[in-house]
Design a protein around this ligand. Structure first.
Ligand code: 13P
Length: 251
């Protein structure tokens, strides 16, 4: 059984004064059956972990360096995120792949660092609209998966998120058939590479314009084990609605 995961990605949003949202969220959903995770700006992880130590929510980072320490001005290592109390780190988000030209091998090295630190890597893959229109979606995702996912990956240290670039922050979402096609493909690829046991145990998230209004139908898609939520994770009511839909989803 894969525990469902509602993961929020605050991106570069939020100050300490915004952490009250988490009080509202966890008061409204004190006993979620799903795992609830918020990937915060690095500056907010330690204050959030201290303030919400007893709440049913964990905290993660949004990127890290592949090295543990060293002369990398401005960067944060997986060990530092762990030290702050993080349990997960998002890696290879399309915003980083695009804006910072992060390639698969860099994502893979970061994922190895995250695993070595004892944290869980949430590796993101996804196609552009151009790729989809050229019918290259599955090829592209297969390539990102083989390039970005390290050999050490297991259901315990790794989560895979499908985030079509054209659905991020746009209000557009793929059809449920399109999500099912990609998620079935990702599951089959994982089973091929890692065997059925590990392949079946890895959680697959969908991300891209998830909101309470579309969460029920997305969570009914086979092989969707949760969501990676951007904009809607900033508002307690919206993210709470998504947690509620995930708790209610079957499978
Ligand atoms: P939105 O939910 O705002 O579309 O963002 C998705 C995302 O990028 C999560 O990582």
């Amino acid at each position: 059984m894969r525990q469902k995961l509602a993961a929020g990605n605050w991106k570069m949003n939020g100050l300490v004064s915004d952490l009250g949202m988490i009080d509202t969220l966890t008061s409204a959903h004190p006993k979620p059956s799903s795992e609830v995770l918020l990937c915060l700006p690095a500056t907010l992880i330690a204050p959030a972990v201290q303030r919400f130590a007893k709440a049913p929510v964990s905290f993660g980072g949004q990127d890290c360096h592949a090295e543990t320490s060293g002369a990398f001005t401005g960067d944060v290592s997986a060990a530092m995120l762990k030290d702050a109390g993080a349990t997960h780190v998002i890696l290879g988000h399309s915003e980083r792949r695009t804006a910072y030209d992060e390639q698969d091998d860099a994502v893979r090295a970061k994922a190895q660092a995250v695993t070595a630190a004892g944290l869980t890597a949430i590796i993101c893959v996804g196609e552009s609209l151009e790729d989809r229109e050229a019918a290259k979606t599955l090829d592209l995702i297969g390539g990102q998966m083989s390039g970005s996912i390290p050999d050490e990956a297991t259901g315990g240290n790794f989560v895979l998120a499908y985030e079509p670039i054209w659905a991020i922050g746009t209000g557009l979402t793929p059809t449920m058939d399109q999500i099912a096609e990609v998620h079935d493909f990702m599951r089959a690829q994982l089973e091929d590479r890692f065997g059925e046991g590990i392949g079946q145990s890895v959680r697959l998230l969908y991300g891209g314009s998830v909101k309470p209004a579309n969460a029920d139908e997305i969570f009914a898609v086979p092989n969707v084990d949760g969501a990676l939520v951007g904009g809607a994770s900033l508002k307690a009511e919206d993210f709470g609605g998504i947690v509620k839909a995930l708790d209610a989803a079957e499978g």
